[in-house]
Structures are given as C-alpha cells and as structure tokens.
Design a protein around this ligand. Structure first.
Ligand code: PLP
Length: 435
C-alpha cells in the first residue's frame, strides 16, 4: 500500500534523471529502495537484489557501512558546513586534499573540489581555457574527447561526451571535437584544427559508460601524453569511475604509467555516501596558474570541499585501506574474469570479454567470429531476465553495442561473483530459447 501511494507521487512529481518519460509515466518506479547491505539493495516491497554495478559505478565500499554514517554525524554535529572560498578552510578538506596528493601519481598534488563528475570536468575545461588565455592565446579553447566517452551532462561536460544521445541537445558549445581511439586520427585532427586552437584532450583511462573499453594499446596514453607535450595541449584524465581503486590501482591512469596535467575525480571518493568530486592539478600547473593569475580566480561552488562530504571521503578511504578492500578488487577481478571465460565457453554468442580490477564487460554477438550483432540488442533482454533472478544488471547498447557491464562493490566475495555469473548464465540461456 505504501508502494502504491509513493508510486503515484513519484509519477506526478519526481522528474527522474536519464529517464524515459513514457516508461516512467506508464509504469512508475521499478524499485523504491529503502536499505542496502554489501552488494545487496532492498526495496520497499521487501525484495532484495544484487547491485552488480555498485549503483552508478560508485558505491565501491558497498552499501550500509555505519562507520560512514557516524563520520557524517560527528562532522555535522561539530560543523556541517563552512565556506572554503578565498582563504577559508577546515580540517577535513585539508586532510582529504593531502590524502589525494599521497595517492595520485607524479606531482598531482593540488585539488579543487566539486560536487560530482560533471562539475569536475567543467572545472577542468574552464581552467584549461583560462590557462591558455593567460598565456596569451586568443582561441586555444577546443576540447578533444574520444568516441564512446562519457564525461557528464552539464553544459560543459555534455558536448565533451562522445556518446551521441548525451550530447543531442540544442545550444551546446561547438568547441568540442571527437576522435577515434587511434593515434593517427588524433594527429590528423590536431594538424587540421591547429594546435593553437586546442586547449585539452580528455579521456577516461578505461571507458565506463561507453562499454568498459580499454585503450587500443598499452602505449596509447604514453603516445597521447607525448602528442600533448609536443603541441602544448593539456591532458585531462577522467578518473570519475576509474579513480580510487576501481581498476585495481589507485587511479586508472596508473595502469599506463602516465601523469596527466589534471585528473577529474568523483564517485568512488566517498563511495556515494555523500556527493563530492574534484580536479587534481599538477604542481607545475598550479605554479604557472599562480604566476599567471592576477586577482581572484572566479570559480568555486558553494559546496566546494563540503565539510561533511570530505569527512565521509576520508573515512571511506581509511576503511578501504584498513580492510584491504583495494586488494580484494584484484582478487575478485580475477574471479570475475574466470566467470566471463566460463560464459564465453558456454555460450557461443559471448565474446570480447574484458576486465580490469572490478570493472568488466561481456559482449553478445549473433556471430562472434565476424562480430555481427543481433538486430535487437539481446543484453537488454538478459538484464530484464536477470532481474527475475534478483540482480540489477547494466546493459550498454549505445552505438550498436550489445554489452553487459559489471562493476560490483569492492566487498564482493567469491561466492557472490559466482552468483552473478550464474544469474547471467541462466538468464542468457532463457533469452536464447525465445530468440
Ligand atoms: N565522467 C565519467 C567518466 C563518468 O562516468 C561520469 C558519471 O557517470 C561523469 C563524468 C559525470 O559524473 P556526475 O554524474 O557525478 O556528474
């Protein structure tokens, strides 16, 4: 009864993000979540489901960690919020910035805080353009991003997103270019557009929403870095999903031994227990900006470095280290890969399996030899079927793909990995019978 009441109100008043208006209007909320524990979520009708994507690739520590609630409460009781504008500061933000510097590669030691990934990328783009302007360039404003990339939905981040549906909105900036994952194409683009017009290149080290795509080669980002250095272009790593151990290393870019000029972070920094993001800058960039900037740098969000969010982030990172959940990412990542291999052997439709840490995907093909996909994406049906077996899965069907992505919480056990794989196995078998 409570579900019905809330469902009616939801349909009338709650404008859902990334929604199909029609579906929302017709069906109302699929789940009204009330509780979570580890990899499980519970809804108001008592149903318990596996959260195979850590919600939105972010609840890394797992659901229901009381220590984080206590950290938030203790901070809120003392000082829930105070400004960080100009010279104001507070202990949680200082300690968190220092912690990020300790974790980040190279001389990435200086963090600006935001409330999430889109704001982080906006900040990175804005700062890159500002930097080049202060260095005397008139039009060094274009941002290059990769096909199938996802960088968020703000006015700045939407047009940087390579995935078409997210940037199919009127009035977005024209200062964005999309390049295939090839060094040759990147070089040609820079030649054509002129390096003096390009501010930055942004890339997820391992793409998330675009289908969990690893770079085309182990050397790819080293080459991108070199091209950036040769052409006076800044390199931004979007670590919003990868950062904070998701790929088994501190940051995704650590897998490729490259130090970017800026790193956008969010999601895993608090495991979703509070909204927080940031941009980490190198000392070199910080020193140059300090040198170049006369007067104030007029950029800052009310909630930049929110006291409570920072306290939660610190506790989150502390627990992940103490409980060695970061090491579990690699152990369970190996189990996930084992499961993918089993699925690949059992189902001739499955191919292109990929895994790095607890980030992985399988692809479904009509003919995996020729990489021909089905006319209608099968992954959507598999995920629908998996729901009957109490698992929320994530199908990725943009741009002709037919992919199922996995990014479970770091606390997942071997048995739970096997359960996820077994649900996919059963669900795909059932779907195939109906094809
Ligand atoms: N960048 C990447 C790589 C992401 O995956 C996301 C969100 O999924 C974003 C940016 C945007 O972050 P937010 O939704 O917190 O604005």
């Amino acid at each position: 009864k409570k579900y019905e009441e809330l469902a009616e109100l939801d349909k009338k008043h709650f404008f859902h993000p990334s929604t199909s208006f029609r579906q929302q209007k017709a069906e109302g909320p699929g789940f009204i979540f009330t509780e979570g524990k580890g990899i499980y979520l519970k809804d108001i009708r008592g149903r318990e489901v596996i959260d195979s994507l850590s919600s939105l690739w972010n609840v890394n520590i797992g659901h229901g960690r009381e220590e984080l609630a206590i950290a938030a409460m203790e901070q809120m009781k003392k000082l829930a919020y105070s400004s960080t504008f100009a010279t104001n500061s507070h202990e949680p933000v200082i300690r968190l910035a220092a912690k990020i510097a300790e974790m980040a590669p190279g001389d990435l030691n200086y963090t600006f805080f935001t409330c999430g990934g889109s704001e982080s990328n906006d900040t990175a783009f804005k700062t890159a353009r500002y930097y080049w302007k202060m260095k005397g360039y008139k039009n060094k404003t274009k941002i290059i991003s990769r096909g199938k990339s996802y960088h968020g939905v703000s006015i700045g981040a939407s047009p940087a997103t390579g995935l078409f549906p997210f940037r199919d909105f009127p009035g977005l900036s024209q200062d964005h270019l999309y390049v295939d994952s090839s060094i040759e194409a990147l070089k040609e683009m820079i030649e054509r557009e002129g390096a003096e017009n390009i501010a930055a290149i942004i890339s997820e080290p391992v793409q998330g929403s675009g289908g969990v795509n690893l770079p085309p080669s182990q050397n790819f980002f080293k080459e991108v870095r070199e091209i950036c250095d040769q052409n006076d272009i800044l390199f931004i790593a979007d670590e919003v999903i990868n950062g904070f151990y998701r790929t088994g290393k501190n940051f995704g870019i650590d897998n490729f031994d490259v130090v970017p000029d800026m790193m956008a972070i969010a999601k895993g920094i608090t495991s979703g227990y509070a909204p927080l993001g940031g941009v980490v800058f190198t000392d070199r960039l910080k020193d140059e900006l300090t040198e170049l900037t006369e007067g104030n740098f007029y950029h800052g969000y009310t909630y930049s470095g929110h006291n409570t969010a920072c306290a939660v982030a610190l506790k989150n990172l502390e627990i992940i280290e103490q409980e060695k959940l970061n090491e579990n990412v690699n152990l369970m990542g190996a189990e996930l890969l084992k499961g993918f291999k089993y699925l690949e052997q059992t189902h001739e439709e499955i191919g292109n399996i990929r895994q790095i840490g607890l980030l992985g995907a399988i692809e479904i093909f009509k003919d995996r030899e020729t990489k021909t996909t089905f006319e209608e994406p099968v992954s959507l049906k598999v995920v629908e079927e998996a729901l009957k077996h109490n698992m929320i899965g994530r199908a990725i069907v943009y741009e002709g793909q037919d992919t199922i992505a996995f990014a479970p919480p770091f606390c997942i056990t071997k048995d739970e990995v096997e359960k996820m794989i077994s649900i996919i196995d059963t669900s795909l078998t059932a779907v195939k019978q109906r094809l």
